[in-house]
Design a protein around this ligand. Structure first.
Ligand code: ACO
Length: 319
């Protein structure tokens, strides 16, 4: 059977990091509250109050995608599918994916489009490109990017949401590879109450019922991991890494306890990036690679959950 193999990874984050103490200068909050409730210490942002950098979601997507392509060591004309998962595109149209394709010099017969599934976007994107690749010739590759600029939809007077998110982008070059195991899961439940944003153009900011999302997230990760194991017959004991959407350290710690898996199987980087939505899983994978924690032959379950509500998971191998 065909599995999905990651052969290149890239990342990009805004230059400037903002600490929890930076937020307590203009909000009634503290490093103690944010660290203990979420695990977040700093996050990179393009915009906050009067600070507006020249960086944006599109630029981050391009930098991450270029790095992933270079890391993959394949030529740009081998990429036949380019998907950018995002809830915060720089333009309503053209899609970020079309401009990434142009900047990377991808062929005009490459299909490029944005995908909207909030924090599950990168997982959805991998699943979609896996199905699309199976219709193409064996030497076709796909580029999947998660890129977000949540700082433009955050209400910096709302302490219950604005401290949680960061901006960033992560990218992966993938191809089909003969494997014994593969599974992907994607779920949706329409909900416009607990996690909603009225739209960048309307200047409507993000609203979140944190407790409701917290309960949903724990159930979603546990359900997806169970389904991935059932479908792939590849146990959690055998898998090398479980990379969850980086929303809250307490959510991931809960899953570590409930699955009884070793802590080092669950990479976490939300302490320095916060929740970067669709970018969080590829950002984590790139950092794992840089730290030497992701090595050739590894298998990982990737799990996402977020607005929609959406949740899903996929089994990938690395090189
Ligand atoms: N600083 C200080 N106090 C705060 C802050 C803050 N930054 N934010 C909220 N509080 C206060 C609240 O006002 C409340 O005060 P009150 O008791 O006087 O009313 C108190 O802290 C407790 O608030 P809770 O919401 O109950 O705090 P909780 O322990 O649930 O933690 C949190 C909140 C961190 C948001 C948590 O619910 C959470 O992580 N939820 C999941 C979020 C998530 O996973 N999102 C991912 C999806 S995002 C996407 O898809 C776009």
């Amino acid at each position: 059977m065909d599995g999905l193999n990651i052969i290149g990874l890239g990342k990009a984050v805004p230059q400037k990091a903002f600490t929890n103490d930076d937020f307590s200068e203009f909000l009634e909050t503290s490093d103690e509250w944010i660290s203990t409730r979420t695990g977040i210490k700093t996050r990179r942002l393009c915009n906050i109050n009067d600070y507006k950098s020249d960086e944006n979601q599109l630029e981050l997507a391009i930098i991450a995608a270029k790095e992933a392509l270079k890391d993959s060591e394949i030529e740009a004309d081998k990429i036949g599918i380019c998907i950018v998962a995002t809830a915060t595109p720089t333009y309503a149209f053209p899609s970020t994916a079309c401009l990434v394709a142009r900047e990377l010099g991808l062929n005009e017969d490459c299909m490029a489009f944005d995908l909207s599934a909030a924090c599950s976007g990168f997982i959805y994107g991998l699943s979609v490109c896996k199905d699309m690749l199976s219709q193409r010739s064996r030497d076709t590759y796909a580029l999947v990017v998660g890129a977000e600029e949540f700082s433009k939809i955050l209400d910096f007077t709302d302490r219950s949401t604005c401290v949680l998110f960061g901006d960033g982008a992560g990218a992966a070059v993938v191809k089909l590879k003969e494997d014994d195991v593969y599974a992907s899961i994607a779920h949706t439940r329409g909900d416009d109450k607990c996690l909603v944003c009225g739209g960048v153009a309307n200047d409507k900011k993000l609203y979140m019922d944190g407790s409701a999302v917290y309960r949903f997230a724990i159930g979603a990760i546990e359900e997806v991991l169970k389904e991935l194991v059932e479908k792939s017959k590849y146990s959690l004991e055998k898998i090398d890494h479980i990379v969850c959407h980086q929303a809250n350290k307490r959510i991931i710690n809960h899953v570590i306890r409930s699955t009884k898996q070793p802590e080092d199987k669950f990479f976490m980087n939300l302490d320095h990036y916060g929740n970067t939505s669709a970018a969080s899983v590829p950002l984590a994978l790139k950092e794992m690679q840089e730290k030497g924690e992701l090595v050739a032959g590894d298998k990982a379950y990737l799990v996402g959950f977020g607005a929609g509500l959406t949740w899903g998971g996929i089994l990938v191998s690395y090189r």
